[in-house]
Design a protein around this ligand. Structure first.
Ligand SMILES: C[S@@+](CC[C@H](N)C(=O)[O-])C[C@H]1O[C@@H](n2cnc3c(N)ncnc32)[C@H](O)[C@@H]1O
Length: 399
């Protein structure tokens, strides 16, 4: 379906992950703002996240998609640069994964399944056995999720399929649809996970009803979700390389801005104090697959099993947020670019203060603000999963 928004048309596209702060639902509002300043040339999505912008307009303009997290680059490339040469289908990957699984994991996960778990005691016994795999020595190369995450967001069985599919996908690392394969695996992970769509905390079964709910997810099949997503992605994909020269970076926003001149910049930085690197560490690790050191507190591994080297964003730290915006505005002003900035009335810095800062720094520009009321997904962080917030756009254009 196409919705025409002045010059840029919004395309409904395949979704890969559930993302906190995703702009998918308010894209018409964002695109309206971009259209006010866009006069052709490059559009830079400076904090691309789940890459909703690239998905919607990547066939209509050259895009620079940037985010500090590596999973975002995978999704960005899946939308922007991947294409399908018909040399494989989802079954090809599944066959390789199944062979790997039979050889390396079938025996290990056999006694760890939840089929027999009908009461809280036996369920939690199996969960503990799953978690104990963290101390097991494996002799195959692709076992990161089975070792680190069994009994957390996924069961040992599901983790062993994540590893097997990850290995099979790596066999195709020079295929032009490689990132689409990885993004489809992120999708399967999100919809099989017993959490609320992110990986900050998994749930414990404390009551029969929470156990029953967790069991629904424990019994889902990573393979089925992966196959379905990849098949539908391949059907929609272009059959030749994109006609545009798109770029995808994994840079800090200030380093990215050094590469951007005379462009239209869309900036959607974090609004709140939680760090994306904590909420999405599991898909970062899926992409990097680097057996990271896990964060410890008081000599104990933290429950969420986060990577030690997580990025801490200045936009999520109250003492740094104003300086982070000031640096961004100065760099954009110097680059002679236009800016469309998304922010909300519930952000880390007051929207009026942000507007004042833009007026101070953008002295050779027009600066205006637009508002939209909408329901914001908090991904289970607050009791009110959906809060009404006012989304704002600050729109800046060189004179
Ligand atoms: C509100 S989200 C972007 C959502 C995105 N527009 C979408 O629709 O999915 C903010 C993003 O900023 C990224 N980020 C945080 N600090 C960053 C930094 N210093 N440089 C680059 N990206 C950063 C986070 O990883 C996160 O993906």
């Amino acid at each position: 379906m196409l919705k025409t928004i002045n010059n840029l048309e919004m395309r409904d596209t395949i979704q890969y992950i559930k993302y906190m702060g995703s702009k998918t639902k308010i894209l018409p509002f964002v695109l309206d703002g971009i259209d006010e300043v866009y006069r052709g040339g490059v559009i830079c999505d400076l904090f691309s996240g789940s890459c909703s912008l690239a998905g919607a307009i990547g066939t209509q303009a050259p895009i620079i998609s940037n985010d500090i997290q590596s999973y975002s680059a995978v999704i960005g490339k899946a939308y922007l640069t991947d294409w399908y040469d018909s040399s494989f289908n989802a079954k090809t990957i599944i066959e390789i994964a199944t062979n790997y699984h039979n050889k390396n994991f079938k025996q290990i996960v056999k006694g760890l399944a939840h089929q027999e778990a009908n009461d809280l005691l036996s369920f939690n016994k199996i969960e503990s056995l799953n978690k104990e795999l963290i101390s097991k020595e494996f002799n195959n190369k692709w076992h990161l999720f089975t070792k680190y995450y069994s009994g957390t967001w996924w069961s040992a069985e599901q983790c062993s399929w994540i590893d097997s599919l990850r290995k099979a996908i790596e066999d195709f690392n020079d295929n032009p649809a490689y990132n689409t394969m990885l993004a489809s695996l992120m999708y399967a992970m999100a919809y099989n996970s017993q959490g609320t769509g992110h990986y900050a905390q998994y749930r414990d079964a404390k009551t029969d009803s929470s156990m029953k709910d967790i069991l629904i997810y424990r019994r889902k099949s990573i393979l089925e979700y992966f196959e379905r997503k990849l098949e539908s992605a391949l059907l929609q994909m272009r059959k030749k390389p994109s006609e545009y020269v798109h770029k995808v970076y994994t840079l800090d926003y200030m380093d990215c801005l050094e590469k951007v001149k005379n462009a239209t910049i869309y900036a959607d930085p974090p609004y709140c104090f939680v760090h994306y690197s904590r909420f999405y560490h599991a898909i970062e690790t899926l992409v990097l697959y680097d057996y990271p050191r896990i964060q410890h507190k008081n000599n104990e591994m933290v429950k969420g099993r986060y990577r030690e080297d997580r990025h801490q964003s200045p936009f999520s730290i109250r003492s740094k947020v104003k300086g982070a915006f000031a640096d961004m505005f100065s760099a954009i002003s110097d680059s002679n670019s236009s800016l469309v900035l998304s922010y909300s009335n519930t952000g880390m810095i007051d929207i009026e203060e942000l507007l004042q800062l833009s007026n101070e720094i953008f002295t050779h520009h027009t600066v205006k603000i637009k508002s939209l009321k909408h329901l914001h997904m908090t991904m289970g962080r607050k009791d009110d999963r959906n809060r009404t917030v006012k989304e704002k756009l600050i729109i800046v254009k060189p004179l």
